[in-house]
Design a protein around this ligand. Structure first.
Ligand code: ADP
Length: 398
């Protein structure tokens, strides 16, 4: 079965066609500037290693999907003989609210529920829904599945997901922790069990998704029991441009001192803070490491704040689960930077976490634990698209 995985943004659309018989990517690409002048499609036939960039106006997401299908069945750079070879479509959807604790086959009632979740993710859910409707229009006979960033975290118990605000705000606005990056945390925790050769049901794992946005999750017996992001992806560890956790009184203090409205302060916390805000240099960890190596103190401070905040969550989640068998590092920073990983786990030897420097300097999927560590430390490249395809296949075959 071949599954088309779609990640639709407001003016972009990423896709992968995954062959589930061989678990390989047959083709992938990106539509940019949908609805804006200069729309283009960048497509790669992975099998034949052929790449093409097609510049053509795309008025909307339906135009974009049509171009993707045309590219997939193209005689020159396509991978399918016809559209009928697409067995199902899996859509990444950011927010499933409290309605969705698993992926779901999309029908009219699901779409209605997705719209109800929109106030929780006003920037992300609408383009996701537009992507779904565009696919329904072009492939009316193909099953569509929604895979949510939030679903994996719906198992978090109430004492961990509630905020200590008056209860009525939870009832009125559903203000609570939801958590994000669920597809990634689920994928790497399953992969960790495979690598360790143990059933997931016997493992306590802390998964660290460290990218531009970062989150840490406590995965107990395969179930998310706590995660560092919250009501929005702003909470938790220090990030590229986001503050992570801080005293909420800072918000009102800033609003008063700088005469800012809610939107302006939100912008500062989401786009101008994090390691970018502290260093004044960049949100890219590679730039910060280079600057810190040259003696820039604020770049070094930003990196230290980042690694310290991740370390604290590892300790907290080991406490939450009453133990820990493995720590997993994934995403841009977690997969690629051994120095940052080393800094994070430094001082955690008392918990049995210890890494082997030589193994830590290699790339790819690897167990980097020292031979005398009682807790395993693993680096596992995330693959959200594959997880979406696996879930999609599981649901359409029921
Ligand atoms: P996103 O959250 O946007 O999906 P990614 O998981 O792709 O992000 O991670 C992007 C981040 O990974 C960037 O901040 C980049 O600096 C960081 N990164 C990539 N390679 C390295 C590296 N070798 N060392 C440190 N950071 C890296």
């Amino acid at each position: 079965m071949k599954i088309l995985v779609i990640n639709a943004g407001s003016s972009s659309l990423k896709y992968q066609l995954i062959d589930m018989d061989t678990i390989t990517v047959a083709a992938k690409g990106l539509c940019e500037r949908i609805g804006i002048e200069g729309s283009n499609l960048q497509h790669k036939n992975v099998v034949a290693e052929k790449e093409v960039k097609i510049e053509k106006p795309m008025k909307n997401h339906a135009d974009a999907i049509q171009m993707v299908i045309d590219a997939l069945i193209s005689k020159d750079y396509g991978v399918l003989s016809s559209m009928d070879e697409i067995g199902a479509v899996g859509h990444r959807v950011v927010h499933g609210g409290e309605q969705f604790s698993d992926s779901v086959v999309i029908d009219a009632s699901v779409k209605k529920a997705l719209e109800m979740c929109t106030p929780l993710a006003p920037l992300h859910n609408p383009p996701n829904i537009i992507g779904i409707e565009a696919c329904e229009k072009i492939m009316p006979n193909v099953k569509q599945v929604a895979v949510f960033d939030t679903a994996f975290h719906q198992t978090i118990p109430q004492e961990a997901y509630m905020y200590a605000l008056p209860y009525e705000y939870y009832e009125k606005y559903r203000i609570r922790k939801y958590g994000f990056h669920g597809t990634s945390h689920k994928y790497v925790s399953q992969k960790a069990a495979e690598i360790l050769g143990k059933p997931l049901s016997e493992l306590k794992i802390v998964t660290c998704h460290l990218g531009n946005g970062s989150s840490i999750t406590a995965v107990d017996k395969g179930i998310s029991v706590d995660t560092s992001m919250g009501f929005t992806p702003l909470d938790g560890v220090v990030m590229g441009t986001r503050t992570g956790m801080m005293d909420p009184a800072v918000v009102t203090s800033l609003m008063e001192n700088e005469k800012l409205d809610a939107k302006a302060v939100n912008d500062i916390m989401n786009k101008k803070s994090g390691v970018l805000g502290v260093s004044g240099i960049s949100s890219d960890f590679r730039d910060l490491i280079a600057a810190a190596d040259e003696g820039n103190k604020r770049a070094k401070l930003a990196l230290d704040m980042f690694t310290y905040s991740v370390k604290k969550f590892i300790g907290a989640y080991a406490a939450a689960m009453g133990g820990i068998d493995a720590v997993v590092f994934t995403a841009g920073v977690g997969e690629n930077n051994g120095f940052i990983r080393e800094d994070i786990v430094k001082g955690l030897e008392f918990m049995g976490i210890k890494i082997d420097s030589k193994k830590n300097s290699t790339r790819g999927e690897i167990d980097i634990s020292a031979s005398d560590a009682s807790v395993k430390t693993l680096v596992i490249p995330t693959n959200e698209e594959l997880m979406i395809a696996i879930d999609t296949k599981r649901l359409v075959q029921i």
